[in-house]
Design a protein around this ligand. Structure first.
Ligand code: GLN
Length: 497
């Protein structure tokens, strides 16, 4: 077993026992990055000096017998340095003070934030070592990282294939041993879908559970920071660090953060697991359906009761998402005007400066979304598209409210297929959008979801199982995910790279 292959909780135990140092662990992960990242290309920015400095500080805490406090632990955060010396990666759409934050876009290529996002401040306050910034589709718009303005990331299970997206850099880094855990963001599936395609765990918390302060906005009513890890225990640990109220984000919930690791009992006897009949569609890869059905049997073996449920407005999730998300994006991205920050290409007039800057700074998918969103919000179309979409969003949320009266969790596939080939879907945006057909509803409803590995297809590519819970139901989905994980060994497999 290599140090870079350890889970967070395994590394925690070795660090606490003094069997390894944070510097040794961090150096092992940096060496691993140097060995494989030319092929995987998970990172946009690497900060090895910063990481080693943080690792030395983490080791010094032990020597001094007292942990120096880099900043006060955030409210609701577990005490006791849960991430002391643990190397973590951060998606490049989350602000890091003094370290470039590009959103995978030319328009922010040279942007260096003057402050840390709250989630980054919390990682640091928990003692984490920050390795760098991971690749993403431009402004998190995409499902493969191919929309990154810089380069696509490759799936560690098959380098010819995508890692999923938009948090594909974070997912690939976790799968390839290039960090022990990572932060991503999920607006319509961008944590769960890449986790599925890379064979790891990815958790999207309830809207408002985690602060969005310092997360560069894509679609503000949907965006949420999530965690990508090698197992469910690590997801519980990392979520516990980043969750909690933040006065700097008015949408963050002022609700105490439970000890998520207390959900890891392995006991799901008597729990009710819903299977939505709308989530098994023609056209999905048969091996995905078979693996998900087998996982449901496993849950039944563990004592859960499997119940069929209906989410009748599921068909509308894709069109509703592709009205609301672009509408919000078109408003959020208006700030990149070449005047305040980011790229500036000076034109002949102010208007020309806007045109040149935005014309060259944004890639084709971002422009497509801005046009779609502006159209949906314009006078005469607002009622027909945007307002209508908001009403249907309420119906989708109602579907989940009714289902959760009957069941504790809802289990479905995460993605209709395993990892597709690089270039396979870039010419057809609609095909790409369909990749998130099973994940979008969770964001529209504001609830939580987790991906856990549940098998491999004939080509050796990972298959993902999605568990959805009600608002603030993180304890419930973690409990079911952990019980399933402990009864299977999919999470122990590592890619051949
Ligand atoms: N793939 C979806 C999109 O392109 C979701 C992206 C995300 O969750 N950030 O919008």
């Amino acid at each position: 077993m290599h140090l870079y292959d350890l889970t967070i909780h395994e590394a925690r135990a070795l660090l606490d026992a003094g069997e390894i140092s944070a510097v040794e662990l961090t150096q092992a992960v940096i060496d691993r990055i140097l060995a494989v990242d030319n092929d995987v290309r998970a990172y946009l920015t690497l900060t090895p000096e910063v990481a080693l400095e943080q690792a030395r500080a983490a080791d010094a805490m032990v020597g001094a017998g007292l942990a120096p406090v880099p900043s006060a632990p955030a409210q609701g955060q577990p005490q006791g340095w849960p991430l002391r010396g643990i190397p973590i990666a951060v998606k490049d759409i989350i602000c890091t003070a003094g370290i470039p934050t590009t959103c995978g876009s030319r328009i922010l290529e040279d942007f260096v934030p003057p402050y840390d996002a709250t989630v980054v401040a919390r990682l640091k306050a928990a003692g984490a070592v920050i390795l760098g910034k991971t690749n993403t589709d431009e402004f998190a718009m995409g499902s493969s990282t191919e929309n990154s303005a810089f380069f696509p990331t490759h799936n560690p299970w098959d380098l010819e294939r995508v890692p999923g997206g938009s948090s594909g850099g974070s997912a690939a880094a976790v799968a390839a041993g290039e960090c022990l855990g990572a932060l991503g963001t999920d607006t319509g599936g961008s944590v769960r879908q890449p986790a599925a395609l890379c064979g790891i765990v990815g958790l999207k918390p309830t809207y408002g559970r985690v602060s969005r302060y310092g997360l560069i906005a894509f679609a503000s009513s949907l965006d949420q920071v999530g965690v990508l890890t090698r197992d469910v225990t690590d997801a519980a640990i990392l979520l516990g660090v980043i969750a909690g109220h933040d006065p700097l984000d008015s949408t963050s919930l002022d609700v105490p953060v439970p000890d998520y690791t207390a959900a890891l009992t392995g006991d799901i006897r008597g729990m009710r697991v819903g299977v939505p009949r709308e989530y098994f569609i023609p056209g999905m890869q048969p091996e995905v359906e078979a693996a998900v059905r087998a996982a449901l049997e496993k849950l039944a073996d563990l004592g859960a009761e499997i119940v069929e449920v209906s989410l009748p407005h599921t068909d509308y999730a894709l069109p509703v998402y592709y009205l609301i998300a672009p509408a919000e994006a078109s408003a959020n991205l208006a700030r990149y005007d070449g005047v305040r920050y980011g790229l500036r290409i000076v034109g002949e007039s102010l208007e020309d400066t806007y045109k040149q800057t935005r014309g060259r700074g944004f890639g084709p998918e971002v422009k497509r979304r801005i046009m779609l969103g502006t159209y949906a919000l314009s006078a005469g179309y607002y009622d027909a598209y945007y307002l209508k979409a908001q009403k249907v969003r309420t119906l989708i949320k109602g579907d989940f409210d009714r289902a959760f009266e009957q069941v504790d969790v809802i289990v479905a596939p995460t993605s209709p297929t395993t990892a597709f080939r690089i270039g396979e879907k870039t010419e057809d945006p609609l095909q790409m959008y369909l990749s998130d057909i099973f994940t979008l509803s969770v964001n529209l409803a504001g609830i939580c979801g987790i991906n856990v590995p549940c098998g491999f297809d004939a080509q050796g590519l990972p298959i993902g199982l999605q568990m959805m819970g009600p608002a603030l139901g993180e304890m419930t989905i973690l409990r079911v995910a952990y019980a399933y994980e402990q009864a299977t060994d999919w999470h122990t497999r590592r890619p051949p790279i």
